[in-house]
Design a protein around this ligand. Structure first.
Ligand SMILES: [Zn+2]
Length: 451
C-alpha cells in the first residue's frame, strides 16, 4: 500500500463503521477491520472519514475573473473546505460549446493547468446550435444541460443571452433522445413578474429585499411549466437551488404524474434569511428568503425530496455590489458549503451525518454518473477522502478564506465542524488548514460513459 488512513469512523449513506482504508496509487485498494501498514500512514484518531464532497453547482470565474486565476483560487478554496470534485457550470456565449470547452487551449486545458481538485463540467444551453451539440457534449463527458430561464432582458448578465420556452422545449426533446445520465437542469424563476415588481418598487422609491421582487410563486410556476415540458418530452429534470418551502410538495405532485424530477439546494437556502445576511452582498437568484422557507427545505432533505447539494458559488466581489438594483447576483460559497452543513445540519441535529454524505457526496456522484469512482468509499473508487473534526470551531472571516472574492456572506458566523484533511486521488491536498497540493494536480473528470 502507498497510503493508509487508520482508525477511522467511516461515514456512508448506509451508516457509520469503524475501519481502516488502504490506498494504492490513486484509488482505494481495501477497507479493513484491522490497521493497515503502508509507506505513508495517517492516524485518523477515531475521527469521521467521509468521501470527498462534490459541489454540484459552481460558477468558476463568475462574473468577470480571469479564468486561470479563478480555477487556481477557487479550487484551493474547495480543497480547504473538503470539496474534492467541483462540477463547474460553464456559461459561454453563443457559438460552438464543444470548441469553446474542448478546443486546444480552451476551458478544459485551462482548468487542468490550474485546478487543485478534480473538475467535471456542465453546459449552459442558450441557442439552437447548443441544442444540436447536446449529444456531442455528452460524448465528451458533459451530462448536465442547464437552462437559465430567468436571465433575459436587462437581467441577462453577459455572456448569457436570454432563452425562451422554445429553447427549453427543443432542448428537453434533444436531452430525452440522449437518455440518462444526460439531464436538464432548470433555474426555476419567472422573470416577467419580477420586472413588474421592480417597476412598482422603483416608482414607490421604497427599500425592499430582493425576495420581495421575486416572491415564492415566481419560483413555483416554472417548476410546473418545466414539469409539463418534461412530461411530454420524457426529459429528466434536475431543479437547481430550491429555496421555497412549498417546493417539496410541488415536486411530489409533479412526480405523481410520472415525471423524473429531482431537487438540489444550497447551504444559504437552509441557513440564510433576509435578517441574518446582508441585503446587497447576499443578492442572489433565487433570493434569500425566510426562516420558514429554510425549515421547509430542511424538511425536504429529511423526507427525501431534496436529494442533492451545491454551493452555487458565484464569487462576486464587493466591487460588483455597490448598489442594490445594479448589484451583480452571486456570492462565494465553495469553501463554506461543507462546514456550514456540518455545523448547522449535523452538529445541530437537523440531519444525520449519513444523510449529509448522501446528499453532498453520493447522490451528486450518482446524478452526474461519476459513481462508482467518486462519492463512495469502497475498493476501486478514487481515493477522494476527508477527515472531519466535528468539534473544530472556526469564526468565519473573509480574510481567512481562499476563494477569489473578497467577502463571505457568513462573515463572523461561528461554524463547528471542519475537514482537517482533504485527499484527492490518493494525494493529500490539504492538511490541518494548510494547502499541500499543487495547482494543476486536479483533472477534468468526464461524466458518464466517457469516464
Ligand atoms: Zn447557479
Amino acid at each position: 500500500m502507498d497510503f493508509a488512513i487508520n482508525n477511522c469512523r467511516i461515514v456512508s449513506p448506509d451508516g457509520t463503521t469503524e475501519g481502516n482504508i488502504g490506498i494504492k496509487g490513486e484509488t482505494i485498494a481495501t477497507v479493513s477491520n484491522s490497521p493497515i501498514s503502508a509507506e505513508n500512514e495517517i492516524d485518523a484518531q477515531g475521527k469521521h472519514v467521509m468521501p470527498g464532497a462534490i459541489d454540484a453547482h459552481c460558477h468558476v470565474g463568475w462574473p468577470d475573473w480571469p479564468i486561470d486565476e479563478a480555477y487556481r483560487k477557487d479550487s484551493e478554496a474547495a480543497a480547504m473546505g473538503g470539496i474534492t470534485t467541483i462540477i463547474d457550470r460553464v456559461t459561454l456565449p453563443p457559438g460552438s460549446l464543444v470548441d469553446q470547452i474542448f478546443g486546444k487551449g480552451n476551458r478544459r486545458d485551462i482548468l487542468e493547468a490550474n485546478t487543485h481538485v478534480d473538475v467535471a463540467l456542465q453546459a449552459c444551453i442558450l441557442t439552437n446550435e447548443h441544442i444540436e451539440e447536446i449529444p456531442a457534449l455528452a460524448k465528451k463527458g458533459i451530462v448536465g444541460m442547464k437552462f437559465y430561464i430567468p436571465y433575459k432582458g436587462t437581467e441577462a448578465v453577459p455572456p448569457m443571452v436570454g432563452i425562451d420556452d422554445g429553447i427549453v422545449y427543443m432542448g428537453f426533446k434533444k436531452i430525452a433522445e440522449c437518455g440518462l445520465p444526460v439531464h436538464a437542469q432548470i433555474h426555476a424563476e419567472n422573470i416577467e413578474i419580477f420586472y413588474k415588481f421592480k417597476e412598482k418598487f422603483l416608482a414607490e422609491g421604497k427599500e425592499v429585499f430582493w425576495a420581495d421582487t421575486r416572491p415564492n410563486f415566481c419560483e413555483i410556476e416554472p417548476m410546473y411549466r418545466c414539469g409539463y415540458f418534461a412530461k411530454i418530452t420524457g426529459c429528466p429534470v434536475y431543479v437547481v437551488h430550491m429555496t421555497v418551502k412549498e417546493g417539496p410538495d410541488v415536486i411530489r405532485e409533479i412526480r405523481g404524474q410520472g415525471v423524473n424530477i429531482i431537487v438540489e439546494t444550497c447551504p444559504q437556502y437552509l441557513v440564510g434569511t433576509t435578517e441574518n445576511l446582508d441585503r446587497v452582498l447576499s443578492k442572489v437568484n433565487p433570493p434569500i428568503r425566510t426562516k420558514e422557507d429554510n425549515e421547509g427545505i430542511w424538511e425536504g432533505i429529511r423526507n427525501g425530496i431534496v436529494t442533492n447539494m451545491g454551493s452555487d458559488h458565484a464569487p462576486c466581489a464587493t466591487t460588483h455590489k455597490e448598489e442594490f438594483w445594479s448589484a451583480v447576483v452571486g456570492m462565494a460559497g465553495i469553501e463554506t458549503m461543507l462546514p456550514i452543513m456540518l455545523s448547522e445540519g449535523v452538529n445541530k441535529g437537523r440531519i444525520s451525518f449519513e444523510k449529509l454524505v448522501e446528499i453532498i457526496s453520493y447522490n451528486n456522484a450518482k446524478q452526474f454518473a461519476l459513481l462508482p469512482r467518486k462519492g463512495i468509499i469502497c475498493p476501486g473508487a478514487d481515493a477522494d477522502l476527508l477527515i472531519v473534526d466535528l468539534d473544530k470551531t472556526v469564526t468565519v472571516k473573509a480574510e481567512n478564506l481562499h476563494h477569489i472574492s473578497d467577502f463571505t456572506p457568513f462573515e463572523g458566523w461561528e461554524v463547528k465542524g471542519w475537514p482537517t484533511l482533504t485527499m484527492v486521488r490518493g494525494s493529500v491536498v490539504m492538511q490541518d488548514g494548510q494547502m499541500v497540493g499543487e495547482a494543476g494536480y486536479g483533472k477534468y473528470v468526464p461524466c458518464g460513459e466517457a469516464y
